[in-house]
Design a protein around this ligand. Structure first.
Ligand SMILES: NCc1[nH]cc(CCC(=O)O)c1CC(=O)O
Length: 309
């Protein structure tokens, strides 16, 4: 069986595609990698919040899934919107990497906790708002582009440090630049952070789907991500909304912590619920309902007037 793997062309995307390719080849399949450029790769001078439309990193990949010119598309799970159309499905989530955010700098003695002011490059509304909430002495500057571009900007002195997902930093082998590992209690990650999602067209051959699932899906990760994604979907939080969510699966209990923070960092609502692994979507939706009842609807409405989605 030959599998055509569609991916973006950034180094991190290619790492993910090679990782998937290796899992498939170990299972006896042959593979081809097809590099596809997306809007998110082309437009680098505007923040994601301003580019606006959902699926900036996924649309072109889905076009090729639809026509059948690729069998699967490989995405960072956190970049894959929570409401896929009926034409597409997620076949698998690969085993999750450590989920934390990290502070990255040439000066690894830098620390948010030290109280010393410095400039952090990030364009994530979640990271900016959480910084404002816990570390108001830190100034942020907008920092788009792939990891290599951001590191170059760091090198050029446009900021003192970057705030990034450990997963990407580790995969790109920049571990020696990690100044601080940030706790998930403060920097609760974006939904899906650290896992790779495998998307296919709903119409892909059933036997092929089954083989791909067997080789790629990590059940514990998949349960967690399904809970997180149901949570995000209920809140309708696109990638420019500072919603965060992290599920863990321990001793057959699925626990989901999620929340929302206003853009200025002033208001934060965070809750935890536990559920059964057999019904992750129920847990995700239930947590979202609890948040909405606690005032998340008002914070969301306020954010939607501030960022163009
Ligand atoms: N939004 C960009 C993006 N998508 C996935 C990762 C990192 C790896 C991952 O979480 O899978 C990153 C960079 C970052 O947030 O630091």
């Amino acid at each position: 069986m030959n599998i055509r793997i569609g991916t973006r062309g950034s180094k991190l995307a290619l790492w993910q595609a090679y990782y998937v390719e290796e899992l498939l080849q170990r299972g006896g399949l042959t593979t081809e990698i097809v590099i596809i450029e997306t809007k998110g790769d082309k437009i680098l001078d505007r923040s994601l919040a301003k580019i606006g439309s959902k699926g900036v990193f996924t649309e072109e990949l889905e076009d090729q899934l639809r026509t059948g010119s690729i069998d699967i598309a490989v995405h960072s799970a956190k970049d894959l919107q929570s409401d896929l159309g009926a034409d597409f499905e997620i076949l698998a989530f690969t085993e999750r990497e450590q989920v934390n955010d990290v502070l990255v700098s040439h000066d690894t003695s830098l620390s948010l906790k030290s109280g010393e002011p410095f400039v952090v490059g990030t364009s994530s509304t979640r990271r900016i708002a959480i910084l404002k909430h816990y570390y108001p002495h830190i100034r942020t500057v907008d920092m788009r582009g792939n990891l290599q571009t951001r590191l170059r900007k760091l090198e050029e002195g446009q900021c003192d440090a970057l705030l990034l997902a450990y997963a990407g930093v580790h995969r790109m082998e920049y571990d020696d630049k990690i100044a601080e590992l940030l706790s998930v209690e403060e920097f609760t990650p974006a939904v899906g952070q650290g896992s790779v999602a495998i998307e296919s067209a709903a119409s892909l051959d059933g036997a092929k789907k089954q083989v791909l699932q067997n080789l790629l899906n990590h059940p514990a990760t998949a349960h967690c991500l399904r809970a997180e994604r149901a949570f995000l979907k209920r809140l309708q939080g696109g990638c420019s909304i500072p919603v965060f969510g992290l599920a863990t699966w321990q001793q057959s209990t699925l626990a989901l912590t999620g929340g929302i923070i206003s853009l200025d960092g002033q208001e934060m609502i965070r809750r935890t619920q536990e559920g059964v692994p057999s019904a992750p979507e129920v847990l995700g939706t239930s947590l979202a309902e609890e948040l909405l009842a606690a005032g998340a609807d008002r914070i969301l409405a306020q954010i939607r007037t501030q960022v163009k989605q």
